[in-house]
Design a protein around this ligand. Structure first.
Ligand code: F6R
Length: 618
């Protein structure tokens, strides 16, 4: 979603701003803009569409100045247009700001400002904040020799009136030597350089510019000048903050010969799974080890119920986790959409542990669900990819995925790493209970086979490409699987709709007869995930039912399965692996299938329409 960059120092601000915005492109956006202070005032350049058009609008000679702000906007209030693109001006142009988040009371504030004579050029909630700061400046007391204190007072007074979420970077026409940043519910980081300071909505724009970073917390404001920075609580005084080393993998990602990030990330999975497991398998005790759970084995032993929550693909990995934890550790699990959990107010027993699962660590609903359950006194843990993200900070502890930056909007390697972490947690909880040493060792061995099995699954790429050619014009595709492969069916369907815009549905295979079978005809392919195992015969019967109604069948099955070959129109071969690791292996051909279909249909694979990488609004 929206991205923020800001610079104050002695270098040309424009270089950092444009490069930084490119690094934020992966978050998803539909317009962009920069403001650079060029002497007496700001030069503002905006564009609709990609950063390339912004670069075109800026021309060969970038406006010169050493203070500036930049923004990528994902439209919420008002369409993607030049007027709605940030930066926005407040008052008579003395305030310029960029904003991430949503202001819920913007209408009331806007009406009040209009009555005072302010005029609005955009439909955004963000422009309201710019005028509000300008209005507060009129009442802010003079602070001799320290103009930033007066401006700080105005920003404090303005943000105190906002209901909703904000990440703000604000600059002032008449004092071009400082920036103010403010955060509530929308992440912001400060890059600490020498003689230069940066603000950004995540760490990726900072890579290569500084090695030191500060994560702002909610209700904090920062004042940045070329000589230093300070952080304050919105309603109190200065706050001591940790300056942390910037993780080198925070955003430095290149295509390395692949055509798209999504494809690269699909191919990285053997390695990302290895990284998720690195140092976490303990042969001596036949269990898994985690450094950051922040709970004693006794506390973990007393867990009687687990809630797994997340959104989208992360919700699918929660479903996989439900099967794994109940199967291996025998602890009851419920899976909740974070967006529902945050408002539903379900009764939660003592000794319930809540895991928020998230790639970005910034998903607004997952963050809110964790905060709400934590407020009620429950232990909250995060399974998260982005180090230092809001959810990683808000949880009591957790497990990092170590999958490296995921740039493609459609989640792939983060998903398999989430499943892998959940498998290790199942082993860990199981070994605290009934799982024997011997079974623990077997599970460890099976986990160790995973990178090789995923590598083998990637070998189906050519085969999948042919299948994609055949079905690229389908208007609906069904995905069917049972048990461990039911979440895989959901995830396969989500991947297809996200990037190829084909309607797709995932179901437990047996559910098909209860409705979806009505969709089956000769133009509606069904993808069956059919490994050998307890429900194999039942899924075979479902496949026959689809065939009997003229529906084309694509089967994901092991190589030596003549029975499946005789019924399915197309068979994609996957390695045979134990049940609990099947979701991690079987999703790979489905990721590739969506990729190839999307490519054939001419879709923008890495930046699908309407989608954002970090969904930081409700
Ligand atoms: C799907 C996808 C989304 C995310 C969802 C949650 O490919 O990427 O469905 O999974 O927005 O995001 P995170 O995991 O960052 O909380």
């Amino acid at each position: 979603m929206c991205g923020i960059v800001g610079y104050v120092g002695s270098d040309e601000a424009g270089n950092f701003l444009l490069d930084g915005l490119r690094r934020l492109e992966y978050r998803g956006y539909d317009s962009a803009g920069v403001a650079i202070h060029c002497g007496a005032e700001f030069t503002i350049t905006r564009s609709v569409g990609r950063i390339d058009s912004l670069a075109g609008a800026l021309g060969d000679v970038m406006p010169s100045g050493s203070l500036g702000l930049g923004h990528t906007r994902w439209a919420t209030h008002g369409p993607a247009s030049m007027e709605n693109a940030h930066p926005h001006l407040g008052g008579d142009g003395e305030v310029v700001l960029v904003h991430n988040g949503v202001i819920e009371n913007f209408q009331v504030l806007k009406e009040g400002l209009i009555k005072k004579g302010y005029t609005f050029v955009s439909a955004t909630d963000s422009e309201v904040i710019a005028h509000l700061v300008a209005d507060e400046l009129k009442h802010a007391p003079e602070t001799n020799g320290q103009p930033n204190l007066r401006y700080l007072a105005a920003v404090r007074a303005a943000v105190a009136q906002l209901r909703g979420t904000y990440g703000l970077a604000i600059a002032f026409r008449d004092h071009p030597n400082f920036l103010i940043a403010a955060r509530f519910g929308s992440p912001l980081v400060i890059g600490v350089g020498s003689g230069e300071y940066f603000v950004a909505s995540d760490a990726s724009p900072l890579v290569g510019r500084t090695e030191r970073i500060v994560y702002l917390a909610d209700h904090q404001l920062a004042v940045l000048t070329p000589d230093g920075f300070s952080v304050l609580h919105r309603d109190q005084g200065k706050v001591r903050v940790d300056i942390r080393p910037l993780e080198t993998d925070s955003g430095e990602a290149s295509l390395e010969g692949f055509d798209h990030y999504m494809l690269k990330e699909i191919y990285e999975q053997p390695e990302s799974i290895r990284n998720a497991m690195r140092g976490r398998l303990d042969d001596e005790n036949a269990t898994a080890v985690f450094g950051g759970l922040n709970l004693t084995p006794q506390q973990l032993r007393s867990v009687e119920r687990i809630i797994l929550t997340g959104c989208g693909t992360s919700w699918h990995s929660a479903l996989v986790g439900e099967y794994m934890i109940e199967d291996l550790a025998r602890i009851p699990v419920s899976v909740e959409y974070a967006s529902e959990l945050r408002y539903r107010n379900p009764p939660i027993d003592n000794n319930t542990l809540i895991f928020g699962i998230t790639q970005s660590g910034e998903t607004a609903d997952t963050l809110a669900a964790l905060k709400e359950t934590k407020r009620k006194g429950h232990r909250t843990l995060a399974i998260c990819n982005v180090v230092g993200s809001s959810i990683a900070q808000a949880a009591d502890g957790g497990v990092y995925l170590h999958a490296g930056p995921e740039i493609g909007v459609a989640s792939t390697k983060a998903y398999t790493s989430q499943c892998c972490v959940l498998a290790m947690l199942s082993l860990y909880f199981g070994r605290l209970r009934h799982v024997s040493f011997e079974s623990g060792q077997r599970i460890i061995n099976e986990l160790r086979q995973l990178p090789a099995a995923v590598q083998q699954a990637l070998a189906c790429d050519e085969q999948v490409r042919d299948v994609a050619k055949k079905y690229q014009d389908a208007s609906t595709v069904l995905y069917l699987g049972r048990q461990y492969n039911f979440p895989t069916a959901l995830e396969g369907a989500l991947k297809l709709k996200e990037i190829s815009y084909i309607h797709a549905e995932g179901y437990p295979a047996a559910e098909m007869k209860h409705g979806p079978i009505a969709l089956v005809d000769e133009h509606t392919p069904s993808v069956f995930i059919i490994p050998r195992g307890t429900t194999y015969d039942k899924v075979m019967a479902n496949m026959e039912e689809v065939k009997a109604r003229g529906g084309p069948v694509i089967a994901l099955a092991s190589r030596d399965n003549p029975e499946v070959e005789s019924i399915a129109d197309d068979v994609i071969h996957v390695p045979e692996v134990p049940g609990f690791t099947q979701p991690i292996v079987n999703v790979v051909p489905l990721q590739l299938l969506s990729y190839h279909i999307a490519l054939l249909r001419g879709c923008d694979v890495d930046k699908p329409r309407n989608l954002a990488k970090s969904v930081t609004v409700e």
